[in-house]
Design a protein around this ligand. Structure first.
Ligand SMILES: [Zn+2]
Length: 213
């Protein structure tokens, strides 16, 4: 089977913000063949009754699990509300659940994202922040890039005075295989604007994230 894949620049250093845009995908038939190969490679019989329809199911699941490639942040963040009266303090959305796939092992990592920003000229609907997380989570990812991409998009389209993000996740590639450290949590964070400049603002962010639920 010879599948021609888009030619990504593997040497690109700007992986955090520059996303590969697949334009030419293998056909559904090629996808199903690939899953059959994986089943056989695992040691099972791809024609066995229990798994014979799995290639079809996996193809359908992929459309959902990797739906992030079909969307960009622009549509989601372009509508802001300018009428924010005199509210100019932190807007924080915490405990946004996400499910992603580690790009190194193609197994899930999942957890929570906490996002905060200090509005300048506008605010976005809170559900938009959750959708922003979805866009980047539903791709092949590293937690580091996921963290950077979300805050980058927020800064680009909302231009807040500052933004803060913390991601906590469990990686199945560490829990199920390799070092086998189930329950271990990986934390990543990034701060821009006032949050990067002022220690007291970062402390306020941590206090709110860790505060009583
Ligand atoms: Zn991994």
């Amino acid at each position: 089977m010879d599948v021609k894949l888009p030619n990504f620049d593997a040497k690109s250093k700007k992986t955090a913000t520059k996303l590969p845009k697949p334009n030419k995908r293998p056909s559904k038939k090629q996808m199903r063949e690939a899953v059959k190969t994986l089943i056989a490679y695992a040691g099972d019989d791809p024609t066995r009754e229990g798994v014979i329809d799995s290639p079809k199911r996996v193809a359908t699941a992929y459309s959902e699990l990797f739906a992030g490639y079909e969307q960009g942040p622009k549509q989601i963040l372009s509508k802001t509300f300018q009428d924010i009266s005199d509210y100019n303090d932190i807007v924080l959305l915490r405990d946004i659940a996400f499910y992603s796939h580690c790009e190194h092992h193609l197994v899930p990592f999942f957890g929570k994202v906490h996002i905060a920003y200090l509005p300048k000229e506008g605010i976005v609907g809170l559900s938009k922040l959750a959708r922003l997380v979805e866009i980047y989570a539903r791709r092949l990812q590293t937690q580091e890039n996921l963290t950077a991409q979300i805050i980058e998009a927020l800064n680009t389209y909302l231009e807040p005075r500052g933004a803060a993000i913390m991601v906590e996740a469990e990686h199945m590639c560490m829990s199920m295989r390799g070092v086998r450290a189930p329950g271990a949590t990986t934390l990543t964070q990034k701060f821009t604007g006032i949050f990067a400049e002022e220690k007291s603002e970062r402390e306020r962010f941590f206090a709110l994230v860790n505060g009583a639920r």
